[in-house]
Design a protein around this ligand. Structure first.
Ligand code: SAM
Length: 321
C-alpha cells in the first residue's frame, strides 16, 4: 500500500471546521466522533490536534478497526473504537454513557485499504470475487445482487446510484449472461460492460465499469439509506456549540447532507408570523458556503480527493422538547 493513497482528504479544513468546538474551555474533555474511522488518518490528526479531546470512532469494517487500533494505540484510553454501522451512533453513545458530543466527522465511501485488498471485490481494475460488503460478516454480496435481482430493480440501481445512462443496455446483457452462468468474479462483469456499451459511451469518463461498480457498492452496503438516518442522528447528538463536518464523494451523498443541513438551518415557523418564537428558530448554522472542494494542489497529490465535497454545520439550539 503506497503512503500517498492514505493521505486523509481535506484534513486541515476538517480540523479547522471542528476546532472551535473542540478547543472551547467547556467541557474540559470534549468528545469527537469519527463515524468513518477507516485507516485512522483523520482520527489520529484529531487526537493530536486536540489534546484534551476524547475520540469515539466507528467503522463497520473489522479489518479497519484492527489496523487503526494499532495506529491509535499510543493514545491509550483517549480513543474508543467501536464496530458499528454509523446510523447506530445514538445506541453507541448511550452504551458509552455519553449524552452529547462536541464534534462529529464523516468521511464517506470506501477506504483505500478496501480498494487495495483485491479479494474484497471493490476494485474493477483487478479480477476478484464480487463481494463489496464493507462488513463481510453480514448482508448480501454484489454477486447475489447481480444474480438474483429482477431486471427492473437492477436498472433502477444503476441509474440512481451510478448515474449510468446505459443502465438498460448493461442490465439486458447481465440478465442474458446470468442465465448461462451466475456471476462470481469482477473481470467477467467488467468485460460484459465494455462489450455492452456503444463506442461513444466508452470514450467518456474513465473505466466504463466505474459507474456500475459504484452502484452495486451503494446497494450492497445500503449506503444511502444508512446515511439518511445517520446525518440527522449525528446532528441530534451534538451539544449546543458542537460542530459536524461531512466529506462526500458523489452527488447523491452530498445532496442528502445538504438537505439535512439546510432543513436544520431554516426556521420551522409557519409563514406570516410577525415574530418567530424560539421553538421555531433554526437548530443549525451552516459553516460552509455550499460545498467546499479540495484545492488543485491536493488533488494533484491525492487523486482520491478529486470528487470530495465538504460541508460543515454548528449546532446553535437544543431541540424543542
Ligand atoms: C473513506 S474511509 C475513511 C478514511 C479515514 N478518514 C482515514 O483518514 O483513514 C471510509 C470508512 O468508513 C467505513 N464506513 C462506510 N460506511 C460506513 C457505515 N455505514 N458505518 C460505519 N462505517 C462505515 C468504511 O468501512 C471505511 O473504512
Amino acid at each position: 500500500m503506497s503512503q500517498t493513497r492514505h493521505v486523509p482528504v481535506m484534513l486541515q479544513r476538517c480540523l479547522d471546521l471542528l476546532a472551535p468546538a473542540l478547543e472551547a474551555s467547556e467541557p474540559q474533555h470534549p468528545v469527537v466522533v469519527d463515524c468513518t474511522l477507516g485507516l485512522g488518518g483523520h482520527s489520529e490528526a484529531l487526537l493530536s490536534a486536540f489534546p484534551s479531546a476524547r475520540l469515539i470512532a466507528l467503522d463497520r469494517d473489522k479489518e479497519a478497526l484492527r489496523l487503526s487500533g494499532e495506529r491509535l494505540a499510543p493514545y491509550g484510553d483517549r480513543a474508543t473504537l467501536v464496530h458499528a454501522v454509523y446510523d447506530e451512533l445514538p445506541e453507541v453513545l448511550a452504551r458509552l454513557g455519553v449524552p452529547k458530543v462536541q464534534g462529529v466527522l464523516f468521511d464517506l465511501g470506501v477506504s483505500s485499504m478496501q480498494l487495495d485488498e483485491a479479494d474484497r471485490g471493490f476494485a474493477y481494475a483487478q479480477d476478484a470475487p464480487l463481494d463489496m460488503r464493507m462488513d463481510q460478516t453480514t448482508g448480501v454480496s454484489a454477486a447475489e445482487v447481480l444474480n438474483t435481482y429482477p431486471p427492473g430493480e437492477l436498472v433502477r440501481i444503476l441509474r440512481a446510484y451510478g448515474e449510468e445512462k446505459q443502465a438498460k443496455r448493461i442490465v439486458s446483457a447481465i440478465v442474458r449472461e446470468r442465465e448461462k452462468e451466475p456471476f462470481s468474479n469482477s473481470a467477467r462483469l467488467v468485460e460484459l460492460i465494455r462489450d455492452a456499451l456503444p463506442q461513444a459511451a466508452k470514450r467518456t469518463g474513465g473505466n466504463p465499469a466505474k459507474r456500475t461498480f459504484q452502484a452495486l457498492r451503494i446497494e450492497v452496503n445500503g449506503e444511502l439509506a444508512v446515511l439518511e438516518r445517520a446525518i440527522p442522528a449525528a446532528v441530534r447528538s451534538l451539544a449546543v456549540g458542537g460542530r459536524i463536518a461531512v466529506l462526500s464523494y458523489h452527488s447523491l451523498e452530498d445532496r442528502l447532507v445538504k438537505q439535512v443541513f439546510a432543513a436544520g438551518a431554516a426556521t420551522t415557523a409557519p409563514p406570516g408570523l410577525p415574530v418567530v418564537p424560539e421553538r421555531y428558530q433554526p437548530r443549525l448554522k451552516l459553516l460552509t458556503r455550499g460545498a467546499e472542494l479540495p484545492t488543485e494542489e491536493e488533488v494533484a497529490e491525492n487523486r482520491r480527493a478529486a470528487p470530495a465535497r465538504l460541508r460543515g454545520a454548528e449546532r446553535i439550539r437544543e431541540d424543542e422538547r
